[in-house]
Ligand binder design. Sequence first.
Ligand code: NAP
Length: 404
Amino acid sequence: MNAPTKTPKPLQDGGVMKQHLIDPEICIRCYTCEMTCPLGAIEHDDNNVVVDVTKCNFCMDCIPVCPTGSIDEWRVVEQPYSLDDQYSWTELPEQQEFAQAALAEDTADDPIAALLAEAHKGAGGKAKAPATAAKPTVNLHNLGKPATARVAGNFRLTGDPEHDVRHIILDFGAQPMPVLEGQSIGIIPPGLDADGKAHLPRLYSVSSPRDGERRGFNNLSLTVKREDKGLCSNYVCDLKIGDEVQVTGPFGATFLMPDDAQARMLMICTGTGSAPFRGFTMRKQRGGAAPGEMVMFFGARRPDSLPYFGPLNKVPDRLLKKHLVFSRIPGADKEYVQDRMMVEQDMIAEMLSDPRTHIYICGLRGMEQGVEEAFRNIAESIGLPWEATRDAMREDGRYHVETY
Ligand code: NAP
């Protein structure tokens, strides 16, 4: 989206203004908003990513690119929060009461809200954690004081020579690194960038459960694909056992599992977007409680480029119903996750109408639209308006999207 030619007037009646803020609890410090902002209005310190009220013109370019919705915070204020205020936060301040009504205003009267509604189209939206999820620890190790992990394993997961995906195990020794399934950590690649500054961390989803890749050990795993010319992915994929790695995090406070044995989980992923679902599945496998239903739609190029193809196939159906779909099998039609969802539409329709169902979508940004379209077709076939159903699920902490 381009910056509007005319900046919407932030000042409202009574000398108050609408201020754009970032939720430090939910932000995963991927810095995508900062890299996207055309005005340099978004910046960070070791702790937080913040918005400079003197520079932000509400162009909304940062809204759709945020994978978590943490960017989507607004407060009506008499006195704007300074950068120092925002850097010191561990959570967002509540909206002050005097302006509750102003925030609830109709979009027709509020140019910022109207721009926001436009920016939300196609975006993941503002997520909420499942009501029963455990409380995550966030930003324990920051840029200024990262943890040092030691590499305990680096295994190639894929046979496809053009698709190198690695299972990396990091051990934290005596340093605390409490992660929940679905959270991410940052890895700081060594060296300096073109400006002579330390590289920013790159975010990777944790693919192990909360009690460790090896149960009871203070370690975790990542699922990392080597990207052509990728600075950090090549660094990580080349790590050797015993190497030390600088780690920030954990991050993420919404893409979490319900800690509820009755919850049903519908998980849709492509490629390495499967990482959090490995953690979810292992948590269920290790849990003593009766497992709620888990269904997975997982898209990859071919079986030998689908991470954890062998172990995944061994997970019994009673624990995880798997729909593995492939797009590049010679002689076969290309199949995407959304195509298989349509084949399985009766099952998905039944899940959509069950208030115990949680939906998780993770992987390529490009899949989001096709998956939404499949959901819309399925929901509308049983008389459920899709947008309203999705928004209600999101509000209820049952609809989660993390796409990059
Ligand atoms: P990939 O191998 O390139 O693609 C996986 C599969 O998705 C392929 O079969 C591909 O088909 C298919 N695909 C491509 N476009 C699609 C579309 N529009 N709709 C549905 N399926 C589509 O995947 P990858 O390289 O592992 O990439 C995974 C992505 O997940 C990365 O962008 C990564 O950043 C992201 N990721 C996100 C998280 C997270 O959100 N927490 C965690 C890990 C990874 P083709 O044959 O057409 O290519």
